[in-house]
Design a protein around this ligand. Structure first.
Ligand code: LLP
Length: 424
């Protein structure tokens, strides 16, 4: 961990330049690209472990369990690696629950969250006995109750509250405002619990909040925890035997290498509130664990030099492999894989898709680049591969995990036959 005062500069830096080019924990990125082809995702097992442990250690003084948010990256090998570290899982769909089970998580290690769960998803979650279903509405609680009663079971549930707190993140990934579709208004929650007290099929085990992702200041996280604790205390006084508080995920990472809050600041800000509740806390981090561990490695397939001086580097990766820049205008560091010297110039680094939003960086200062060069787009271990698509009939890229000086392919490149197998 590189620190700057109490602020974290970069949680983990698995990708580093050497005289022979970019390496991931000592493994040549160019060698991986040569063997696997491009585009390819490369992940560091060491970085995943370090980031997980940083959160675990930050909360060491308070009873906690980490349910890694599979939505950030649920490739089986990565889910397994986190399970081996002691993580549990946060699943957002029936598909993610199934992946969690295949990765070896037991049902009682899985929390099931998600707006718009289908009856089939709910019934299956009840049947296998997940740790908690985080319900999104009063109506969903009633549907869970009915489905559980029909199975003669009791579903362990927490209601997700919306505290009307601005996470200060990109609007597309802020979820805690009243205008967002997530959860129930905080002020309605107590009545919703009380009206359903003793309902056959339901057992209220906790309360849940998640106000957004890539949160880079402490205040909204602290306010959300405070609000959740106040609700939990009110419910306790109403006689609910709550077992936990779930404060969701959301901790951001320093994509732009500027010092910002890290796990220790987060823990220090929320633990005093949690202590008031006397309840263990569930954490659902995704990005803070997976993002810094991954890079998308791509090759430059064309270079355009316009007379007005504008420079474009066209990659063989685009928004189909990494959607974040097109969707949120998000920033990712881009570094040449081979050492490059020469005067830096402003480059537009773009993808090959026929969409003008298929752009990774505009006017980014980079050394001279040429067709055939490899570049690495950093901090793409979370919400990268998982958000890939087959648009333009492009094939999902392979994923590689570097561990202790060796690398293995943890997902092979998709083939056109894989894609067409679904079609008549
Ligand atoms: N828990 C819940 C209920 C969530 O909805 C999320 C993320 C998490 C936990 C994990 O949050 P994290 O610790 O990763 O911030 N595609 C976007 C991010 C969407 C996040 C959705 N929910 C992106 O690329 O930035």
């Amino acid at each position: 961990m590189i620190t700057c005062g109490t602020l974290v500069l970069q949680p983990v830096q698995p990708f580093h330049s050497t005289d022979s080019g970019l390496a991931c924990d000592g493994v040549s990125v160019a060698a991986v690209a040569e063997a696997e082809g491009t585009p390819v995702y490369v992940y560091s097992a060491c970085a995943l472990r370090t980031a997980y442990r940083a959160i675990d250690e930050a909360f060491a003084s308070y009873p906690h369990v980490i349910h890694y948010a599979l939505k950030a990256n649920s490739t089986l090998a990565i889910a397994r690696l986190l399970r081996e570290l002691g993580s549990r899982a946060d699943a957002n769909s029936g598909g993610e629950i199934a992946v969690a089970l295949r990765a070896g998580f037991t049902p009682d290690q899985i929390v099931f969250t998600g707006v718009g769960k289908t009856p089939d998803e709910i019934a299956r979650a009840i049947a296998i006995g997940v740790a908690t279903i985080n319900a999104e509405s009063a109506g969903e609680l009633d549907r869970i109750a009915a489905l559980a009663a029909a199975q003669g079971r009791e579903a362990r549930v927490a209601l997700r509250v919306n505290p009307d707190i601005d996470a200060g993140s990109h609007p597309h990934i802020s979820t805690g405002l009243r205008s967002n579709k997530f959860g129930v208004p905080l002020e309605d929650a107590r009545a919703i619990y009380c009206e359903r007290r003793g309902l056959t099929g339901l057992r209220f085990t906790g309360v849940h909040v998640h106000i957004g992702s890539q949160i880079t200041t402490i205040e909204p996280l602290k306010r959300a925890a405070d609000a959740l604790v106040s609700l939990a205390l009110a419910l306790k006084s109403d006689g609910f035997a709550l077992e936990h508080l779930d404060i969701g995920g959301g901790l951001g990472i320093p994509y732009e290498s500027r010092p910002m809050i890290g796990p220790a600041d987060y823990a220090a800000a929320v633990i005093p509130a949690l202590e008031r509740s006397g309840l263990p806390v569930v954490l659902e981090p995704g990005r803070a664990i997976a993002a810094p561990a991954g890079a998308l490695v791509a090759r430059i397939v064309d270079v355009k030099r316009y007379v007005d001086g504008r420079l474009f580097a066209v990659l063989d990766a685009g928004m189909t492999e990494l959607m974040r820049p097109a969707l949120y205008g998000s920033f990712h560091r881009i570094v040449p894989v081979a050492p490059r010297s020469g005067v830096e110039q402003p480059w537009d680094v773009v993808g090959p898709i026929c969409e003008s939003s298929d752009v990774f960086a505009i006017q980014r200062m980079l050394p001279p680049l040429d067709v055939g060069d490899l570049v690495a787009i950093l901090d793409t271990g979370a919400y990268g591969a998982v958000m890939g698509s087959n648009y333009n009939r492009r094939l999902l890229p392979p994923e590689v995990l570097v561990d202790q000086g060796r690398w293995t392919t943890i997902r092979r490149r998709q083939t056109l036959d894989d894609v067409l197998a679904l079609e008549t």
